[in-house]
Design a protein around this ligand. Structure first.
Ligand code: 1YM
Length: 695
C-alpha cells in the first residue's frame, strides 16, 4: 500500500497566530478555556480526548475586514451554498440516517489517515449537548497557507467542496462516497464546527458557523501530540432531529474496526461517562467469527487471505456453518457495504465455485459422472466477509452500492482461487466437510428444481391431444366416467373387450412406469407412460393443476396380483401421491381387486379374492373343485374380467385414502427413495394389509 496523499506545500508562510472570536455571530468557542494561560497548555493523550485538548491560548482579536477575511467568507458561503440548499444530494437525506452520516464522513477522514499508515486511534465522543467530536492521532490536516487560495490548507479542506479531490492523488482515499469532500459538507450542515490540528508542536484552531470561518486558523498553544479533532453541532435548520444514537454510531464504528484491523476506535458517551473500544487485531477474521457466534461451524480453521494485486487490496475471510442453511456474504468496497454486490462479488463467487469443484474432483469427493456443484450449492451455510480497497472505486446501481470496476472481478478471483486451493489442500478434514455440505445442498437443490420444472412444463402437457393408446368412453359427464389404468398391452386388450364402453375408458401402460421418487421433473415428464396418463386424466400438472378438469371421477388402477403388479401399483400410487395428490384426497383413486382364484365345479364358477375366501368357498361348495390361481389379468378372458373386476354390480374396489399425509410422505420416501432396506421391510410388512373397503 502506498502511503499518504500529497502534502500541502509546507514552505508557505504560516498564518499569524491570531485567535478570532466573539465575532459577528457571537458564538462561543467551546474548546477554549479562556482562564488558562498559554504556558499551561498541556496536551492530553490521544486516547482520552476532550475539549481540553487545547487548554488555553493568548487571546488576540482580529476583525474580519482588517485582514481581508470578509471576501473569503463570501466566497465560502457561495462555495458551500449548494450543500445547504440540497443536503440530500450530499448525505442522502436529512433524517436520522443523514444525520449519522455526518459522523461517518469525519471518521472516514481519520480512517484514511490510518490506512495511509499514520494513525491508529480514533475517538468519537457523543457530547451531552448533542454535538459530536472525532479525534485522531494522525498527522493533522495541513495548516500551511495554500499557494493559490491564499488561505490555510485546513480552511480550504473545510470550505471547498472538492478540496479532497484537489489535494488527493496517490494513496488511498478509501473512505465513503464523498471522496474527501466530507469535511466541507459536514461543515456546511453544522450550526457550528470547531477544528483543532495538533502538528509541529502547535495546536491550531479554527471555528465555523454554518460553514463560515469565524477567523483564520490560529495557534492556540504548544502541544506534543499530533492529530486532528473536529467537533460539530448539526444544524437544526437542516436536520429536524439532531440527537445521535449511540447504538447506530457504535454499529458503524464496530464495522469499521472489523474492516480496518489494528485501528482502535473508541466511542465515548459524555453524558453517561462511558466509553467502548472497538479494536480487532484479526480484522475481518474476527468479523466472520462474530457473525458465526453461536452457530455450529463446519471448518474449524477459518479461511483468511489478504493480498494486494495491482494496487487493489483484497481481504477475504470465510467459514461455513450448518446451523442455518443461508448465505451470509458481506462485501465491502472501500469500507462501504456494497449491498448490491458488483465486480468483487462476481470474482469471489466464480472463484469459490470453481475452486471447490476443482478440489472436490481432485479429492474424489466428486466422481467423474457427478455434475459440478453449483454456485448456490457452495454458498450454502457460507459466512464470509470480502473487503476490497481500491484507488478509484466506481459505485453504481440504484443505491450506489454496487462496485463497478470490472478489473476487480479478476483480481479477487485470482487471489481467492490460489489461496483457497492451498487452504483446502492443507486442511483436508475441513475441506471434506465443506464439500460434503455443498453436496447436501446440491441434493436439496435438485429436489427443488424438480418442483419448479413441473410448473414450467404444464402448458406443454395441457395442450397435448389424447394419447392414442387410450380407449376412451363415450359418456361426456366426468362424474359418470371411469378410467382403468391397466398393466400391459395384453391385459389392456382384454379390458377393452370386456368393458362397458359407454362410461369405462381403458389406458394400458407398458411395463413399469418410472419411479418418480428418484427422478427429476424433466425425466418424469419425458416418460411416455406418465405423459399419456396425465393427458388422459386432463387435470394438467404442477402448480396450475386443476382437478375440475378431471375427465373421469373414478381412476382405477388395475394390476396383476403378483409381485410385479404390486410394484407397478406402488409406482403409480407414488406418482399420484407426489404429483396428483388432490385426486387421492378427493377420493378419485381406486384399486381394482381382481380375483386370486377361480373355483370351478361343473359349469359354475366362483371367484375368491383371498386365500381365506378360497377356503371358505371351497367348504361351502364342497366336492371336487377345480382351483385356478390367477397369476395375471391376462389369464382371464374379457367376460371373466368384466364379471370379476369391472362390473360395478359385482366388483370390489378399494378407495385409496390417505389420512395422515405426513406419514404417507414418510412412507413413500422410505418406500420409493434410494434406500433399499427400508423399502424391503415396508413391503414385507404391509403388502397384504390394504383395507379400507369401498363399494
Ligand atoms: C477528525 C478528522 O480529517 N484527519 C486527517 C485529515 C487529513 C490528514 C490527516 C492529512 C492528509 C494528508 C497529509 C494527505 C487531510 N488532509 C487533507 C489535505 N480527521 C482528519 N488527518 N497530511 C495530513 O492526504 O497528504 C485533507 S484531509 F487535503 F489537506 F491534505
Amino acid at each position: 500500500m502506498s502511503h499518504g496523499r500529497h502534502h500541502v506545500p509546507c514552505h508557505t508562510p504560516r498564518p499569524p497566530a491570531v485567535l478570532v472570536r466573539g465575532t459577528a455571530t457571537g458564538a462561543h468557542h467551546p474548546l477554549i478555556d479562556d482562564s488558562a494561560r498559554p504556558e499551561d497548555l498541556t496536551p492530553t493523550p490521544p486516547a482520552a480526548p476532550s475539549s481540553a485538548g487545547v487548554a488555553g491560548r493568548s487571546a488576540a482579536s482580529a476583525g474580519h475586514t482588517q485582514d481581508g477575511y470578509g471576501a473569503a467568507q463570501i466566497q465560502v458561503l457561495e462555495g458551500l451554498d449548494p450543500v445547504r440548499r440540497r443536503p440530500g444530494m450530499y448525505i442522502g437525506s436529512t433524517d436520522t440516517r443523514g444525520l449519522h452520516h455526518l459522523v461517518y464522513e469525519i471518521v472516514d477522514n481519520s480512517i484514511d489517515e490510518a490506512l495511509a499508515g499514520y494513525c491508529d486511534q480514533i475517538v468519537v465522543t457523543l457530547h451531552a449537548d448533542s454535538s459530536v467530536s472525532v479525534l485522531d492521532n494522525g498527522r493533522g490536516i495541513p495548516v500551511d497557507m495554500h499557494p493559490t487560495e491564499k488561505r490555510s490548507a485546513l480552511e480550504v479542506v473545510l470550505t471547498k467542496l472538492h478540496a479532497g479531490g484537489k489535494f488527493g492523488g496517490g494513496g488511498y482515499k478509501v473512505s465513503g462516497g464523498l471522496h474527501g469532500v466530507g469535511l466541507s459538507v459536514v461543515n456546511a450542515l453544522s450550526e457550528r464546527l470547531d477544528v483543532e490540528v495538533y502538528k509541529d508542536g502547535r495546536a491550531h484552531v479554527q471555528s465555523y458557523v454554518r460553514g463560515v470561518p469565524q477567523g483564520p486558523v490560529a495557534v492556540a498553544g504548544h502541544t506534543d501530540r499530533h492529530g486532528t479533532l473536529v467537533r460539530f453541532w448539526a444544524d437544526p435548520q437542516i436536520f429536524p432531529e439532531i440527537s445521535f444514537s449511540w447504538e447506530t454510531v457504535a454499529t458503524r464504528l464496530r464495522e469499521l474496526a472489523f474492516l480496518n484491523k489494528g485501528i482502535a476506535i473508541v466511542l465515548r458517551n459524555e453524558a453517561e461517562e462511558t466509553a467502548h473500544t472497538f479494536y480487532f487485531e484479526g480484522g475481518i477474521q474476527a468479523f466472520v467469527k462474530h457473525l458465526n457466534a453461536g452457530r455450529n461451524v463446519v471448518n474449524q480453521k477459518l479461511f483468511y487471505v489478504e493480498r494486494e494485486i495491482d494496487t487493489t487490496m483484497i481481504e477475504i475471510a470465510l467459514q461455513y456453518q450448518n446451523t442455518t442453511f443461508t448465505e451470509h456474504v458481506l462485501a465491502y468496497a472501500n469500507n462501504i457495504h456494497t449491498e448490491e454486490g458488483g465486480s468483487h462479488v462476481t470474482g469471489f463467487r466464480s472463484a469459490l465455485t470453481a475452486t471447490l469443484n476443482k478440489y472436490a474432483r481432485k479429492a474424489s469427493l466428486l466422481k467423474d459422472n457427478d455434475a459440478n456443484l453449483s454456485g448456490d450449492d457452495v454458498r450454502d451455510g457460507l459466512t464470509a466477509v470480502l473487503s476490497v480497497k481500491l484507488q478509484e472505486p466506481q459505485f453504481e446501481g440504484q443505491t450506489k452500492t454496487k462496485l463497478g470496476n470490472s478489473e476487480v472481478a479478476g483480481q479477487v478471483s485470482a487471489v481467492l482461487s490460489d489461496s483457497l486451493m492451498q487452504f483446502l489442500e492443507e486442511n483436508p478434514g475441513d475441506a471434506r466437510r465443506i464439500v460434503e455440505q455443498s453436496l447436501t445442498a446440491a441434493r436439496a437443490r435438485h429436489a427443488a428444481a424438480r418442483a419448479r420444472e413441473l410448473v414450467q412444463r404444464k402448458s406443454l402437457l395441457e395442450s397435448a391431444t389424447l394419447p392414442g393408446k387410450l380407449a376412451d368412453c363415450s359418456e361426456r359427464d366426468p362424474a359418470l366416467c371411469e378410467i382403468f389404468i391397466v398393466e400391459g398391452d395384453s391385459a389392456g386388450g382384454t379390458a377393452k373387450a370386456g368393458r362397458e364402453r359407454r362410461f369405462q375408458a381403458i389406458l394400458p401402460l407398458r411395463g413399469k412406469i418410472l419411479n418418480v421418487e428418484k427422478a427429476r421433473a424433466d425425466k418424469i415428464l419425458a416418460n411416455e407412460e406418465i405423459k399419456n396418463l396425465i393427458t388422459a386424466l386432463g387435470v394438467g400438472f404442477g402448480e396450475n393443476m386443476n382437478t375440475e378438469r378431471l375427465r373421469y371421477h373414478r381412476i382405477v388402477l388395475m394390476v396383476d396380483a403378483d409381485v410385479d403388479g404390486s410394484h407397478i401399483r406402488t409406482l403409480l400410487l407414488t406418482f399420484f401421491w407426489r404429483h396428483l395428490q388432490p385426486l387421492i384426497k378427493a377420493g378419485n383413486v381406486f384399486l381394482a381387486q381382481p380375483p386370486l382364484y377361480a373355483l370351478r365345479k361343473g359349469k359354475t364358477v366362483e371367484y375368491a379374492y383371498s386365500d381365506a375366501e378360497r377356503d371358505t368357498k371351497m367348504k361351502a361348495i364342497g366336492g371336487k373343485i377345480e382351483v385356478q390361481r390367477y397369476k395375471g389379468l391376462g389369464e382371464m378372458n374379457a367376460v371373466q374380467l368384466w364379471e370379476t373386476t369391472m362390473d360395478p354390480e359385482t366388483r370390489v374396489l378399494l378407495r385409496v385414502d390417505v389420512e395422515d399425509t405426513l406419514k404417507a410422505d414418510d412412507i413413500f420416501d422410505r418406500l420409493m427413495g434410494s434406500d433399499v432396506a427400508p423399502r424391503k421391510r415396508f413391503i414385507q410388512t404391509h403388502a397384504k394389509s390394504v383395507r379400507n373397503l369401498d363399494i
